[in-house]
Design a protein around this ligand. Structure first.
Ligand code: SAM
Length: 352
């Protein structure tokens, strides 16, 4: 198959387009992108008949910053009559390799979200019709996906089970904790889920760890750290939530995050300051190269234009500095569902 459909946050189509074109070319699978602004997805088209399979074999999904989910395209169906949606889906999937399960998805746009009723209604008849085609989970490397733009316009394809987001729509559904002081609390929770491999999470995030939260007020990120039993130094001139301070696990310092220096190494550094991304990255570089923290999660605000190019430059520089300091690290970055015009980055020691 030649086409790869990739979903993204609406408005960031040109960024995922630039990113996938560069990374696909570097993986030896050149191609071009078809995209429309604010549609929440793009289609990468390789120059060879099997470009899409090659690309998902060669490019780890986790290396894509602006992608939410992807699928190798089998067919783009545009129905004239709404009556039968199941047959063209069966026909497309019958021609492809072994799969198990089927995701019904839609773009993260207002139009897309209004399709969730339709997909729920379709689930039962479609899954029943598909089951004779499915292989056992152990034998199938793919999950089928039908991506709806409307009731009569949808893309049918396959997502590689081991090289894709584990969540159908590309992000975990999280509930706002009632005692957390801000919505942005979900950014840190999502960052941990998206950026740290599942088998390492409980090793990296533990009770009694020490953490520093730079730009902490009112305390949404601090809430996550406290909730996991950590002791937190919250650095911010603004006021912290009273309930959090009453936990006895938070020390609030009204200091400048750019000059604060911890007295000894902490386990976690988190930083959600609205500042020039290059300046935040430099601050993170200082903490990591001086060994002031073991793990870091931070946000980088995106510029108005050429967002991918700027992010790429900043992260390349950060990697170069960590390499030059002889640090063995892992770095993961993603534009999260709970992020606004920003991306979130995790850096930690390289797993052994
Ligand atoms: N993560 C917080 C939460 O979940 O509640 C929200 C952080 S808010 C987006 C950014 C914070 O950074 C503001 O409270 C602001 O006062 C703080 N800030 C900005 N510049 C700072 C600096 N130089 N030093 C310390 N805090 C700073």
């Amino acid at each position: 198959m030649q086409q790869l459909l990739i979903t993204c946050r609406a408005g960031l189509e040109s960024d995922i387009a630039a990113e996938i074109q560069g990374k696909a070319a570097a993986a030896g699978v050149p191609g071009f992108v078809r995209a429309q602004a604010n549609q929440g997805f793009i289609v990468f088209e390789g120059y060879q008949p099997d470009s899409a399979e090659h690309l998902v074999q060669r490019l780890p999904f986790s290396e894509l910053i602006f992608a939410r989910q992807w699928m190798v395209v089998l067919s783009h169906v545009q129905l004239e009559e709404k009556a039968d949606r199941v047959s063209p889906i069966l026909e497309a999937l019958g021609s492809g390799p072994a799969f198990h399960g089927c995701w019904l998805t839609f773009p993260d746009t207002n139009d897309g979200k209004s399709l969730s009723r339709l997909t729920r209604k379709l689930e039962r008849p479609l899954f029943k019709a598909l089951s004779p085609l499915e292989k056992s989970p152990g034998k199938a490397g793919w999950v089928a996906q039908v991506f709806f733009l409307s009731g009569d316009d949808f893309w049918v394809g396959l997502t590689p089970v081991k090289n894709a987001s584990p969540w159908e729509l590309g992000y975990p559904r999280l509930r706002q904790p009632s005692t957390a002081p801000s919505r942005s609390t979900l950014k840190l929770e999502e960052a941990w889920l998206q950026l740290i491999p599942e088998h390492l999470r409980a090793i990296y995030i533990k009770p009694f760890q020490k953490a520093v939260d730079l730009g902490a007020a009112p305390g949404g990120w601090t809430w996550q750290l406290v909730h996991r039993g950590m002791q937190v130094v919250a650095v911010d001139n603004g006021p912290m939530d009273k309930g959090l301070m009453d936990s006895g696990q938070v020390t609030h310092l009204r200091e400048d995050a750019f000059t604060y220096k911890p007295p000894r190494q902490v386990d976690w550094l988190v930083c959600d300051i609205v500042e020039k991304p290059a300046r935040v990255a430099e601050l993170m570089e200082r903490w990591l190269t001086k060994g002031w923290c073991r793990f870091a999660v931070f946000n980088l605000k995106l510029p108005m234009k050429k967002r991918w190019q700027e992010v790429d430059q900043i992260l390349t520089r950060l990697r170069d500095e960590l390499d030059a300091a002889g640090i063995q690290y892992q770095l993961a970055a993603r534009q999260l569902y709970h992020d606004r015009e920003e991306i979130t980055v995790f850096v930690g020691p390289k797993p052994v």
